[in-house]
Design a binder for this molecule. Structure first.
Ligand code: NAP
Length: 382
C-alpha cells in the first residue's frame, strides 16, 4: 500500500480514467482531483478543484491546498482526435501541460520539494507502420492529437526530471462513477450486439487495449516506489502501457460476444483502409510491447478476455439495487465488484429498449466528441 499520508493530485479527475484513479487511490492516499467543464463527480473523500490547463487558472491554489504533494497524475487532455484536428490551438494548450509545469516549478521553489509527475500519454505518438512498438522506436504522430501528446512528453522530459510517462493504449472498463460525455468502447459494442442493424468493426487497425484497473495498479506501484524513496532509472521513465494482446476492433467485438455470451450476428468485418475521409488520420497498427513496464513494476496486465470475465463476475455478484442506490462504482477488483451499476455496464442486462437508447446516445456523442477511447469509428449497415 502507498503511504497513508501521501497526497496525490489527479488532474482530469472528472474524466474516465481520472475517476477510477481518484476513487481507487483514496483508499491509501489523500486524493485531490481536478475538473474543468464537467461538474465534479462524487468520489468519496476526494477533494475537487476547478482548473483550466489552457491558461493555468486554479492550478496554484490547487497545488497549495494539496501540499505537501507526493505526486500528480496528469490524465487531463482533449482526448478526441477529431476535436484536436478541428481546434489544434486549444488542443495544444490543454494537452501540452505548459502551465502545469510552470505551477510545479513555482511550487518547488516555494516548498523545496518536487512531486512525482505521472503523465498519461498515448500510443498515437507512433505512426502505425509496424506492430509491437517499443519505447525506443521513433515517434512520428500522424494527427494533431498525437502531435500534442508527443510534445507534452518532450516538454515534461525537458522541464521536470521527476516524472514517469505512461504511453497508454485504448483504455476500457466499466462505466465510470459519473458518466463521461463520450461513448465508451465496451458499452458501445455491447449495445451494438444487443439488437438493431449490424455494425461494422475494423479488421485492420490494431491496438493493445488496457483495462482501467490495471492503470490503477500501475499508479499504485509507482506511488509505492515513490513512498519508499526509490526513483526509476532515467531509461525507465518512459513506459508503454498496453495490455498483453494485439487486437483489432473486430477481434475485440468478437471477444465481447463470446465472453458475454452474446450473438455475434450483428458483427460485420470492415477495412479502415478502404474508408475515405474519416476526418482525422488514424494509424493502422499501434499495438505495443509493454514488457518494460511489466519488468520494471512487476505487474502483468490483464488480457481482454480475462477483464471481460471479471466485469461479468462483478455484474453477476453485484446487487443492482444497492449499486444503483450507492450511485458510484465499487472498484476493488479482488471483490469482483467493478464499476458502475450492472444495468449500465453491460447491455446484457438491459432490456432492448434501454439498449437501443444507449446506442443512440453513444452514436450521437460520436459525432460531437468521440474520445480517444471511443470504440471503433463504427458504422451501422442501413
Ligand atoms: N481513453 C483512451 O482510450 C486513451 C487512450 C490512450 C491515452 N489516453 C490518455 O489518457 C488520459 C485519460 O484519458 P480519458 O479518456 O480518461 O480522458 P477523458 O475521459 O476524455 O477526460 C479528459 C479530462 O481532461 C479534462 N480537461 C479537458 N480540458 C481541460 C482543461 N482545459 N483544463 C483542465 N482539464 C481539462 C476533462 O475535464 P472536464 O471533463 O471537467 O472538462 C477531463 O477530466 C488522457 O491524457 C488521454 O490522452 C486515453
Amino acid at each position: 500500500m502507498a503511504d497513508r499520508q501521501a497526497r496525490v493530485l489527479v488532474t482530469g479527475g472528472s474524466g474516465y480514467t481520472g475517476q477510477f484513479l481518484a476513487q481507487k487511490l483514496q483508499l491509501s492516499c489523500k486524493v485531490g482531483f481536478t475538473h474543468h467543464s464537467s461538474s465534479p463527480p462524487d468520489l468519496g473523500s476526494c477533494q475537487a478543484f476547478w482548473v483550466d490547463l489552457k491558461d493555468g487558472s486554479g492550478l496554484a491554489e490547487c497545488l497549495e491546498a494539496m501540499q505537501p504533494l507526493a505526486a500528480i497524475i496528469n490524465t487531463a487532455a482533449i482526448t478526441s482526435p477529431a476535436i484536436c484536428e478541428k481546434y489544434p490551438e486549444k488542443a495544444r494548450k490543454v494537452n501540452v501541460p505548459t502551465h502545469l509545469l510552470k505551477a510545479l516549478g513555482t511550487y518547488e521553489r516555494q516548498h523545496g520539494h518536487s512531486p512525482l509527475l505521472i503523465h498519461v500519454s498515448t500510443d498515437l505518438v507512433y505512426d502505425g507502420s509496424q506492430a509491437h512498438w517499443s519505447e525506443s522506436d521513433p515517434c512520428r504522430p500522424i494527427n494533431v492529437y498525437g502531435c500534442t501528446k508527443r510534445d507534452a512528453e518532450l516538454a515534461i522530459q525537458e522541464a521536470w526530471p521527476h516524472h514517469v510517462i505512461l504511453r497508454s493504449s485504448i483504455i476500457y472498463g466499466p462505466n465510470s462513477p459519473q458518466p463521461v460525455s463520450r461513448r465508451l468502447f465496451l458499452q458501445f459494442v455491447d449495445g451494438a450486439l444487443t439488437d438493431g442493424p449490424p455494425t461494422s468493426f475494423f479488421n485492420d487497425e490494431w491496438r493493445s487495449p488496457i483495462f482501467v484497473f490495471d492503470i490503477c495498479r500501475i499508479a499504485e506501484a509507482l506511488l509505492q516506489l515513490e513512498a519508499a524513496g526509490q526513483k526509476l532509472a532515467p531509461e525507465h521513465r518512459l513506459l508503454n502501457m498496453g495490455g498483453p494482446e494485439r487486437l483489432s476492433r473486430l477481434d475485440m467485438a468478437r471477444l465481447v460476444a463470446s465472453h458475454w455470451h452474446r450473438s455475434p450476428d450483428n458483427i460485420r468485418s470492415a477495412s479502415a483502409a478502404s474508408m475515405t475521409d474519416r476526418g482525422v488520420a488514424s494509424p493502422p497498427d499501434v499495438s505495443m510491447d509493454s514488457g518494460l513496464l511489466q519488468r520494471v513494476l512487476g505487474i502483468e496486465t490483464t488480457s481482454f478476455g480475462n477483464a471481460l470475465e471479471k466485469m461479468q463476475a462483478a455484474t453477476d455478484q453485484g446487487s443492482p439495487k444497492s449499486s444503483r442506490h450507492a450511485g458510484r462504482s465499487s472498484i476493488d477488483p479482488d471483490s469482483h465488484r467493478l464499476g458502475s451499476p450492472p444495468e449500465r455496464m453491460g447491455a446484457r442486462v438491459l432490456n432492448p429498449r434501454q439498449s437501443a437508447r444507449m446506442r443512440e446516445v453513444s452514436c450521437d456523442m460520436g459525432h460531437r466528441s468521440s474520445g480517444e477511447g471511443s470504440p471503433l469509428t463504427p458504422h451501422r449497415s442501413k
